[in-house]
Design a protein around this ligand. Structure first.
Ligand code: FE2
Ligand code: FE2
Length: 302
């Protein structure tokens, strides 16, 4: 049976984590590619129709993944996971060790690219480097998905990947598969069902508790060592309702709106740089070890 035909498994519906990102690529085609229509040219009705198609065409595994994610990612869950993981007392590792550790993640590899997790990260970083971006930007590309190691600590896929969204206030209907929020306990709590929910208007995203996953985790591991623009890239790279849909504006402050540009600048490297061309890990390692040493201590707390 091909991965695309696989039926969802209840604990880890996705055959591999990249199935989620492959779906995002279909939902958000590369605006720079010849086949994608410019955003402005799509009228509201048409956009709605296409949105429905993305859902209808989604693999059963991806659909089941979103069903679980939207059901279980409550305000309380996101808070509990922050308490559980953000004390960063699990182990000490260098960035390169963390990359090798993430590489032990055994799920079916992505048949579209056949790259390991480490190769994926290097591929993203190499595209950023080839575009002549600053060194901290290259480094952000290399570390941005290291938080996926949460899977190695027994966390289910729906608590590691998936487009993130604010908890504690009304769910935007621009989030993919919004109907699955009917099973989320927060949908029955009137306090969480207003536009602002538990937040104040313009409070800033730093005050907002997004659904839990690999973004928030890697942000906390690395935040003391990276420039602000890179911190935003890591923390919000999966926050598609904000950086691609323009939702939740009311929760942002002026600083978030300045930084949005950088999150958007990062997104194409995250989503559209996957290819079969395997990076030469051995040859690239010295460059990246130098770059890591420029910003990070020898060991970080994970
Ligand atoms: Fe990611
Ligand atoms: Fe990524």
């Amino acid at each position: 049976m091909k991965a695309s035909e696989a039926q969802p498994n209840s604990h880890s519906p996705l055959a591999h984590l990249e199935e989620w990102e492959d779906f995002l690529k279909e939902r958000y085609p590369d605006p720079a590619s010849a086949t994608a229509k410019p955003f402005q040219a799509i009228d509201a009705n048409k956009q709605k129709e296409e949105f429905r198609n993305y859902e209808a065409d989604a693999r059963p595994t991806v659909r089941e993944f979103y069903r679980q994610n939207h059901r279980h990612q409550t305000y309380e869950f996101a808070q509990a996971k922050r308490r559980e993981f953000l004390s960063l007392n699990r182990r000490q590792m260098s960035i390169w060790e963390a990359m090798e550790y993430l590489n032990t993640l055994v799920d079916e590899s992505d048949p579209d690219t056949d790259l390991s997790q480490l190769e994926h990260l290097l591929q993203t970083a190499e595209h950023i480097r080839a575009d002549g971006q600053p060194r901290w930007f290259i480094l952000a590309g290399m570390v941005h998905d290291l938080g996926k190691m949460l899977c190695l600590w027994g966390e289910p896929q729906w608590a590691v990947v998936g487009d993130t969204f604010p908890t504690g206030c009304r769910h935007s209907d621009k989030i993919v598969f919004p109907q699955f929020f009917a099973d989320n306990l927060d949908s029955q709590n009137p306090r969480y069902q207003t536009d602002l929910g538990v937040y104040e208007e313009g409070c800033g995203l730093d005050q907002v508790q997004l659904s839990w996953g690999h973004d928030e985790y890697i942000y906390h591991v690395t935040k003391d060592y990276l420039p602000e623009e890179a911190r935003y890239m890591l923390r919000y790279h999966s926050f598609y309702p904000w950086h691609r849909e323009g939702e939740y504006h009311r929760l942002t402050n002026a600083h978030d709106r300045d930084m949005l540009l950088w999150v958007q600048k990062f997104n194409p490297y995250d989503l559209y740089t996957k290819s079969h061309a395997k990076p030469d890990v051995k040859a690239l390692r010295p460059f990246y070890e130098d770059l890591i040493a420029e910003y990070f201590p020898a060991k970080l707390n994970w």
